[in-house]
Design a protein around this ligand. Sequence first.
Ligand code: SF4
Length: 63
Amino acid sequence: MIKIIHEREKCIGCGACTAACDNWEMADDGKSKPKKTELEEVGCNQAAADTCPVQCIKIEESK
Ligand code: SF4
């Protein structure tokens, strides 16, 4: 399993992750949020993490 951790306090709401991956959307407060935080495969969330300018998206692998 893959766990997505979004450090929201660091998020600047640039929207890059939402462009990179359809698991990400903008929330009402102007910051992004992941639709799902537990996934079988990392998929495009890796691209979202890589593109984030403040590196506030972390991906953890769990058993
Ligand atoms: S790319 Fe990073 S800073 Fe930009 S909206 Fe997504 S999580 Fe926030």
